[in-house]
Design a protein around this ligand. Structure first.
Ligand SMILES: Nc1ncnc2c1ncn2[C@@H]1O[C@H](COP(=O)(O)OP(=O)(O)OP(=O)(O)O)[C@@H](O)[C@H]1O
Ligand SMILES: [Mg+2]
Length: 424
């Protein structure tokens, strides 16, 4: 008898054993070994037999689902975008992922506790099944979730048979199983909602949900979904769920979590490590950037504070590359940093599309398109919108500048033509 409730841990391997036995079960079930006339104990054994066949079929479905998710996470999360809204520039997650400082938060006064040495340590205690992760904008919460999903797809975190990575901003469905289908499972995949529910209830404690960006889901919709129930433990009590959000935006939903972690970004060693990884093909450039940063740190905290944030460190790397090093010094305010990165992205766009600069400056036509886009963005921001349709954007050309993410829903089953933009 294959007892599914005992299957936690090395389930997949056991699953393959069950699949191997499926053939002989099928032979019996189809009458190749005719059952004797039915008695009550035979009825039990028939029941057992059909259970065995079902388990066998389910085991095949489970391995297909694991294969599907593994493939998705490997393909979609193996790349890291240093500028999240510009997919022209991408790096390998494996090459550049740099450990973030993640601290435990203790008690209601938000006192800082121990640092998490390794990202996977958050799963060390089986009592910590609801894990709340907070971090300022662009501190690396989504990247951290991608890293976990990617690690799982590469065979790490083996205690979890299934890992569901759900992006909260894409949640539309009210019940969890339908949402998993919506975000992760293609239409023609041979698995019914009933079967997925069965797998979820069989695998309970070896399920991991990653719910990224709870703050990005509109509260009036969130309350109607299964997500608050999942977080509170009123749904899938035994599973583990990681929930990320910007600080203090979802306190009401998260106060019952077992473990509270805060992403503090890079320490100075980690910043240098990231820079060297970024310039792994040109160490001298990386070393020069580190020297320039050290030089500019003197007498101001601005650069030091900036360097905690992975996105800002990526900006410095991109600007350093763009300005070809000589005599360049970094801006001394955040606004200037963003306007320089904007200019850099637009100049790259001009170069790629053979649009001439005027005295090394952006041509008027590009500037007016950007003005129009800025106005559209401002209007959307006022309306608390971060996703909008093509028709909401007045400047057609700006769609291609590399400032808006074309959300083709790569992680999604349904193809949705939405454009999202980042206001960080
Ligand atoms: N650990 C890391 N190693 C290297 N780069 C990182 C790391 N974490 C984040 N980054 C870089 O910082 C960028 C922003 O990170 P991310 O989108 O994960 O932030 P976030 O905290 O989810 O932001 P938001 O609050 O806007 O959702 C990423 O595109 C990536 O380039
Ligand atoms: Mg995010």
């Amino acid at each position: 008898m294959y007892n599914w409730s005992e299957c936690t841990g090395r389930k997949i391997f056991q699953t393959f054993n069950i699949s191997r036995n499926l053939a002989s079960s099928r032979a019996t079930a189809t009458g190749q070994h005719p059952p004797p006339s039915m008695t009550s104990s035979d009825f039990e054994s028939r029941r057992y037999l059909s259970q065995q066949v079902t388990d066998g079929v389910m085991s095949i479905k489970l391995s297909a689902l694991v294969k599907l998710l593994t493939d998705k996470y490997k393909r979609h999360y193996s790349k890291l975008l240093p500028i999240p809204w510009n997919d022209d520039i991408h790096l390998n997650l494996h090459d550049v992922y740099t450990t973030l400082e993640v601290k435990k938060v203790k008690g209601a006064t938000f006192e800082m506790g121990a640092e998490l040495e390794n990202l996977h340590d958050m799963f060390k205690s089986s009592d910590d099944r609801r894990i709340r992760i907070e971090g300022a904008p662009a501190m690396g919460k989504s990247t951290l979730c991608r890293k976990l999903a990617y690690d799982w797809s590469c065979g790490e975190l083996q205690q979890y048979t299934l890992l569901f990575f759900l992006e909260m901003r894409h949640v539309v469905e009210l019940d969890m199983v339908t949402e998993i289908f919506h975000q992760l499972i293609p239409d023609d995949f041979d698995l019914s909602k009933q079967e997925l529910s069965e797998l979820i209830s069989q695998y309970k404690e070896s399920l991991l949900f990653l719910c990224d960006g709870l703050d990005e889901l509109d509260d009036s919709h969130l309350t109607k979904t299964d997500i608050p129930k999942l977080i509170a433990g009123n749904l899938y009590y035994w599973c583990t769920a990681v929930i990320t959000t910007r600080p203090h935006l979802c306190d009401n939903y998260l106060k019952t979590c077992d473990l509270f972690l805060l992403v503090k970004g890079f320490t100075s060693d980690r910043t240098n490590e990231y820079i060297l990884k970024y310039f792994k093909d040109d160490n001298i450039k990386g070393d020069l950037l580190i020297q320039q940063i050290e030089k500019q740190k003197v007498g101001t905290d601005f650069i030091t504070d900036l360097l905690e944030n992975p996105l800002h460190v990526s900006f410095l790397c991109i600007l350093w590359e763009f300005h070809k090093v000589q005599g360049y010094s970094f801006p001394e305010t955040l606004t200037k940093l963003y306007s320089e990165i904007l200019e850099c992205v637009l100049k790259r766009y001009c170069a790629k599309n053979k649009i001439d600069l005027i005295d090394s400056e952006l041509p008027e036509e590009i500037i007016s398109e950007i003005d129009a886009l800025a106005l559209d963005s401002y209007k959307a921001y006022r309306n608390k919108k971060t996703m909008f349709d093509k028709s909401d954007i007045s400047s057609e050309a700006s769609l291609n500048f590399g400032l808006l993410v074309k959300d083709l829903g790569h992680a999604l089953r349904k193809f949705r033509r939405k454009i999202t933009f980042s206001i960080t």
